[in-house]
Design a binder for this molecule. Structure first.
Ligand code: AMP
Length: 397
């Protein structure tokens, strides 16, 4: 299948050709025709599947027709949980709309000064990309006019709810015209996301992409048992010096540990930097740009900060600490093996982490193979978890 088989405007086909995208990804193949036909969509797809294109290509196409209503407010609102994701969505918007120069976009996110965003909002805007907090802020100052709004996208809705944005999201939506097309994208469609989607969407069509499994085929997953922090540090230092380990994201469970580990890596001579939620936006943007340019080799990150990191050619993801939830594991390792490339996910664990390993394996349906590095094997004896169905009673213990 090629993009020509969809009814996309020539300017968008030209932008796709300029980006070098030949075939739609599975989520794009399924979502684009339905969105073009005006349906509400509830899609389960991870980052790395091409989901941004899946909602941008058809929504931008619909914006090529003039608005039936007067005004200068946004016709398309894309709500995202984090600043990084907002900026990536904005970049992709610019990429896909480069031959549609009359379409204007604005991005409103927290952590950066108001002035530039206010200036943009004072001009006509077709596409607004926003995080909920700053948007509510601007709405409170009467800077947002939703009278022309035709389409709403909720991107990474599960994360939005995890981050406590349910109330702001509901508040924002209550101010929108009820006659609109709503598209919800989420890694999972269960629990609170399902409840929210039932409230917001009108007869939605469900699209499920089993990307975890498909995507993981390109990612080798390995487990290293460790004796403790000092052992983890030695393993990491060794791995970072190995051949083919070019661009790495190391995940820790706390911001403080991310800072400490970065200092430790810098002291050992590694080109490392940290990315977490306490950093100023300008610093985060600069760090990501340095990573993209290859000036930084190792990015030490926490889960929230990692959301939406779209740096190509990440060769390795290292779980210095295993995440508490299997969904976070899938998000973390999805930073590598993107757009068809091969990747490696290495996880450090202790015997106490076996329940987490089991939980992840049962979620992904894949085994994380234990391995040892010569000269760095653990002193303690470790028992890899047996491959059984995960039992909840064991989790609580
Ligand atoms: P996303 O899941 O939206 O974060 O996209 C993952 C990456 O795939 C991004 O770098 C996109 O620019 C890229 N991408 C999106 N659609 C395609 C496509 N059809 N072919 C190749 N790469 C794509």
């Amino acid at each position: 299948m090629t993009f020509d088989s969809f009814n996309l405007p020539p300017q968008i086909l030209k932008a796709l050709a300029a980006a070098g995208y030949i075939e739609p990804t599975p989520i794009q193949s399924k979502a684009i025709p339905k969105i073009l036909r005006g349906f509400d969509i509830r899609a389960s797809a991870q980052t790395g599947t091409g989901k941004t294109g899946a909602f941008l290509l058809p929504t931008l196409s619909r914006l090529t027709a003039p608005s039936p209503k007067p005004g200068k407010g946004p016709r398309l609102l894309i709500l995202v949980p984090t600043r990084e994701l907002a900026m990536q969505v904005e970049q992709q918007t610019l990429k896909y709309s480069r031959f549609l120069p009359h379409l204007k976009s604005a991005c409103v996110v927290g952590g950066v000064p108001y002035s530039a965003q206010l200036r943009k909002l004072s001009k006509p805007c077709d596409i607004l990309i926003a995080t909920p907090g700053r948007l509510i802020d601007f709405m409170g100052r009467s800077k947002i006019d939703f009278s022309r709004l035709e389409m709403l996208v909720l991107d990474e809705a599960d994360r939005m709810l995890d981050m406590g944005f349910l109330e702001p999201v509901e508040q924002i939506i209550s101010k929108m015209p009820s006659e609109r097309q709503t598209l919800l994208f989420s890694a999972t469609l269960q629990g609170s996301v399902k409840t929210l989607s039932e409230k917001l969407l009108n007869n939605p069509m469900d699209i499920v992409i089993h990307q975890e499994k498909a995507n993981h085929e390109q990612i080798s997953q390995t487990l290293y048992y460790t004796d403790g922090l000092e052992h983890k540090n030695r393993l990491l230092d060794h791995i970072l010096k190995m051949e083919g380990v070019d661009r790495i994201i190391v995940f820790t469970s706390t911001k403080r540990h991310a800072d400490e580990l970065t200092d430790d890596l810098l002291a050992k001579g590694h080109r490392a930097a940290v990315l977490h939620g306490d950093m100023r936006q300008r610093q985060r943007t600069r760090t990501l740009a340095q990573m993209k340019q290859g000036e930084i080799k190792v990015l030490v990150a926490t889960d929230v900060a990692s959301r939406g990191i779209d740096v190509e050619a990440i060769s390795h993801v290292i779980n210095f600490d295993l995440p508490r939830s299997p969904e976070d594991y899938v998000h973390r390792i999805g930073r590598t093996g993107r757009a068809g490339a091969k990747g490696s996910a290495l996880s450090f664990a202790s015997n106490r982490d076996n329940f987490l390993v089991k939980k992840i394996e049962s979620y992904t349906g894949q085994k994380i193979s234990p391995s040892v590095i010569e000269g760095l094997s653990p002193k303690k004896k470790f028992n890899a978890p047996q491959r059984k169905r995960f039992s909840r009673s064991r989790e609580r213990r």
